[in-house]
Design a protein around this ligand. Structure first.
Ligand code: NAP
Length: 209
């Protein structure tokens, strides 16, 4: 039975993904900095590790065979947290995964992380951090799936997505529920080929990913 470590399990995507994995009878280790944020989940397949990602969180990987990195510094913090979480914690997570012989690493990256120079916006430092974390994972030797969602929304899950970037920027969005369902679906399959793709609301059923 697979055991998945969800990093950022108190976040919006992380928590939805945790609940979906548990509903599939999977074992989950939830890594959070405040375990009270998971008080509403009661499940014997869930164990919670309380640890700040700015410290050493290697212990959480013990006994896990899969990792989902869904943490992020968020839009209300500064460049220091972008470096410490989006870049450095993600980089450490890949290193710990390698040390613990993790079979599959799912990274929640971002649209634009492939080429941060392509846009001039205040998001550039964040996209550079995401880009470098993705590059580190790609070079780690781990089996990985890097998912690069478009702008996140709080719509309900349509359960339909596309990996093709829409022509208009306004359509380059995806609900957090669709991202979480996509992650839970990918995590429920045996590890496949290494993969990187963008993800948007679309017309392809998630189960075909
Ligand atoms: N916003 C967008 O349009 C967009 C687009 C593409 C990709 N993304 C990416 O999508 C991912 C998830 O998005 P979301 O909306 O689910 O994010 P979210 O709700 O802000 O969740 C972020 C998670 O990271 C955790 N975290 C942050 N700093 C931490 C620390 N020092 N130690 C431990 N945990 C820490 C938070 O913990 P707490 O609950 O304790 O704060 C929370 O669990 C992020 O990586 C984001 O960069 C966002």
């Amino acid at each position: 039975m697979s055991k998945t470590l969800v990093i950022g399990a108190s976040g919006q995507i992380g928590k939805m993904t945790t609940k979906l994995l548990l509903s599939q009878q999977q074992h989950v280790v939830a890594l959070v900095r405040d375990k009270s944020k998971l008080n509403d989940i009661e499940n014997s397949n869930l164990s919670v590790v309380e640890q700040d990602l700015e410290g050493d969180f290697s212990q959480a990987f013990t006994g896990c065979d899969q990792v989902i990195f869904a943490a992020g510094s968020g839009g209300s913090t500064g460049a220091d947290k972008t470096i410490l979480i989006d870049l450095w914690a993600a980089t450490k997570a890949a290193n710990y995964a390698k040390d613990h012989d993790i079979k599959n690493f799912l990274m929640v990256s971002s649209i634009g992380a492939d080429d941060p120079d392509a846009i001039e916006s205040e998001l550039k430092p964040y996209l550079v951090a995401k880009h470098m974390a993705d590059e580190h994972l790609k070079q780690s030797g781990l089996n990985y799936t890097i998912v690069r969602p478009g702008t996140l929304t709080d719509e309900s899950a349509s359960m339909q997505v596309t990996t093709q970037r829409p022509n208009s920027k306004e359509d380059a969005k995806i609900s957090r529920e669709n991202v979480a369902n996509s992650l839970a679906h990918i995590a429920s399959k045996p590890p496949g080929e290494k993969a990187i793709f963008e993800l948007f609301d679309g017309d392809q059923v998630i189960s075909s990913l």
